[in-house]
Design a protein around this ligand. Structure first.
Ligand SMILES: CCCCC/C=C\C/C=C\CC/C=C/CC(=O)SCCNC(=O)CCNC(=O)[C@H](O)C(C)(C)COP(=O)(O)OP(=O)(O)OC[C@H]1O[C@@H](n2cnc3c(N)ncnc32)[C@H](O)[C@@H]1OP(=O)(O)O
Length: 275
């Protein structure tokens, strides 16, 4: 059941409905219909099976609730999202890995094709799957200058799946994405702005949230139907491959992730992170 709360959010009191509270906090401003979804899974918002499932469930719920827009952000100090939880890949249980990857596919489809406008307020580092989530929103506002964002998979000795790559191509174009992906480039906020990976850079989280809200306010006079149809037409070429190849993509990941060479690279990378 929905309850009314006064919520302290970025030093401001706002009237909102409190929708859920766990690893994910979701609040909806009653006046604007804008939801703020805050990832809060310390230490780094890594995306494991349970967290992804919660995010996907929440996205579907917001869609049913017919919200007018969503800000996706982080409740952690310096990390937006560290990407997929690498421990899901290391010495994996094949059944769990299959569930994990399927939920990831579904969550990406829900976010990328959300019927409402979405903004990522990137208030911390955003590597790999974190960058994928940010790129899947309709607009990106990043807090600068000290955080980084990018698809760094090659640096882990793994390969960004086709749909990760296609999402980047859709944002920054083929040539820049190719260089970015092959080098596993992590961009500083300024570099990300220059290459078009983010839309705006702000010095602090409060002003970034304000900018995000301003962007969403653009849609107050636009019919939700016209917005959704336009977004569908624009994004359909990027999602179609995964829609047509979900099983093939999953089979590939199961095989790829269980190969000794990939396991060795992942083990070394995990060790380096622990250090
Ligand atoms: C031929 C055709 C091929 C087609 C290919 C098809 C399929 C390929 C198959 C699969 C592709 C798989 C794609 C994966 C995408 C990903 O998202 S992989 C994840 C990549 N993420 C990273 O590399 C981020 C690593 N983390 C960091 O850089 C930093 O942690 C940070 C985010 C910058 C934060 O730094 P900070 O100093 O604040 O924190 P710590 O580094 O001290 O970390 C704290 C704690 O958290 C653990 N940790 C960090 N990141 C992760 C993670 N992603 N997963 C799990 N755990 C993580 C870290 O180890 C620390 O742990 P502790 O020491 O035990 O406290």
């Amino acid at each position: 059941m929905l309850r009314r709360y006064i919520l302290l959010n970025t030093n401001k009191f706002v009237n909102c409905r409190h929708v859920s509270q766990s690893m994910l906090q979701s609040t909806v401003d009653e006046k604007s219909g804008i939801a703020t979804v805050t990832m809060n899974k310390p230490p780094v918002n890594s995306l494991n099976l349970e967290f992804l499932d919660e995010i996907n469930t929440q996205l579907n719920k917001l869609q049913k609730d017919k919200i007018r827009g969503m800000i996706l952000t982080s409740g952690l100090q310096k990390v937006f999202c560290a990407g997929l939880d690498i421990t899901e890949f290391y010495n994996p249980n094949p059944d769990r890995l299959a569930k994990f990857w399927t939920v990831l596919q579904d969550t990406w489809l829900s976010l990328y094709m959300a019927s409402f406008p979405t903004v990522a307020v990137i208030n911390g580092h955003s590597p790999a799957g974190g960058c994928l989530f940010a790129m899947s929103c309709d607009y990106r506002v990043m807090v600068g200058p000290k955080y980084t964002i990018g698809l760094n998979e090659t640096k882990l000795g793994i390969v960004a799946p086709k749909w990760f790559q296609d999402t980047m191509v859709a944002v920054i174009g083929q040539r820049k994405a190719e260089v970015s992906l092959t080098t596993g480039k992590m961009y500083t906020t300024d570099e990300a702005l220059q290459v078009g990976l983010i839309d705006e850079s702000l010095p602090d989280a409060d002003s970034a949230l304000k900018k995000g809200t301003q962007f969403l306010n653009n849609f107050q006079r636009i019919s939700p139907w016209a917005f959704k149809m336009t977004k569908d037409i624009s994004r359909q070429p990027t999602v179609q491959w995964l829609i047509d190849n979900k099983q093939k993509d999953l089979d590939f990941v199961l095989k790829f992730m269980q190969s000794p060479d990939v396991q060795k690279s992942l083990g070394l990378y995990l060790q380096s992170l622990k250090k």
